[in-house]
Design a protein around this ligand. Structure first.
Ligand SMILES: O=P(O)(O)O[C@H]1O[C@H](CO)[C@@H](O)[C@H]1O
Ligand SMILES: O=c1cc[nH]c(=O)[nH]1
Length: 235
């Protein structure tokens, strides 16, 4: 039992998928897990454990933004013995080469968050990166399924409604594919706790074309990403 997760020791698997949206957690658990059991509903941030193809897995909502995601990642890693975290999020495309519903695997995450500046006393611009084995698995799984995963850097922003389109264009110029709000914190905490982490995101908005998906689609239509994530973690 922690401040934000009402589980007992052993209720949570060593491998956890982390969608920001707790209702996406519910959808993934009910769609893909055998015998899912809800172990927490604190703050309506649902968490479930079940099995996928015989492997014990948990799905835990993590909320929006790095402060929220860091609370869940920290408690999972520090208190529940979690070893592998795969974020399954939504993101806005910054590259013209991406379309709605494309899946991106984040090799690393640039951020405008001050969390790591505080963590490292302003001495370093720490480079939060994915676990290479998970990243490679995700590409292999997608290839075998005849699906595409775009691998590249993403931007973990503190602001959803940005006033700074110029800065986003500059990041895109430097190869950043998409914007979301949690990967940098997840990668940093996984490194701290000697665990593995990967962020997969599905493009739900397009910063260039201005296309947007409905909230219902963000909640329950990311089957490609969910299936790639599930197969990635059981390899
Ligand atoms: O769909 P999730 O996983 O929440 O991810 C994205 O969606 C939220 C913003 O709408 C932020 O959390 C962002 O990172
Ligand atoms: O953080 C996010 C998530 C989806 N779309 C965006 O533009 N930003």
């Amino acid at each position: 039992m922690t401040a934000h997760i009402s589980a007992k020791p052993g209720d949570i698997a060593e491998t956890v998928l982390l969608p920001g949206d707790p209702l996406r957690a519910k959808w993934i658990a009910e769609t893909y897990l055998t015998d899912p059991v809800q172990y927490t509903a604190v703050r309506n941030m649902y968490g479930y454990t079940g099995t996928y193809q015989g492997h014990r897995l948990s799905i835990q909502g993590s909320g929006m933004g790095q402060p929220s995601a860091s609370i869940y990642a920290h408690e999972l890693l520090a208190e529940f013995g979690v070893k592998t975290l795969v974020r399954v999020g939504s993101a806005g495309a910054m590259s013209k080469d991406l379309s709605l519903r494309d899946v991106v695997a984040a090799i690393g995450a640039t951020t405008d968050s001050a969390m790591n500046r505080v963590r490292f006393n302003g001495l370093f611009d720490y480079a939060p990166v994915a676990d290479f084995g998970l990243l490679r698995n995700s590409v292999d799984v997608a290839t075998e399924k005849g699906k595409t995963v775009h691998v590249g850097p993403i931007f973990s922003a503190d602001t959803f409604y940005s006033d700074n389109a110029e800065m986003e264009a500059k990041l895109a110029e430097y190869g950043v594919l998409a914007v979301e709000m949690e990967a940098a914190a997840l990668y940093t905490l996984a490194a701290k706790f000697k665990a593995r982490a990967l962020t997969l995101v599905t493009i739900s908005d397009h910063l260039i074309t201005k296309e947007v998906m409905s909230s219902e689609d963000r909640e329950r239509s990311f089957a490609d990403m969910a299936e790639i994530a599930l197969e990635t973690v059981i390899r």
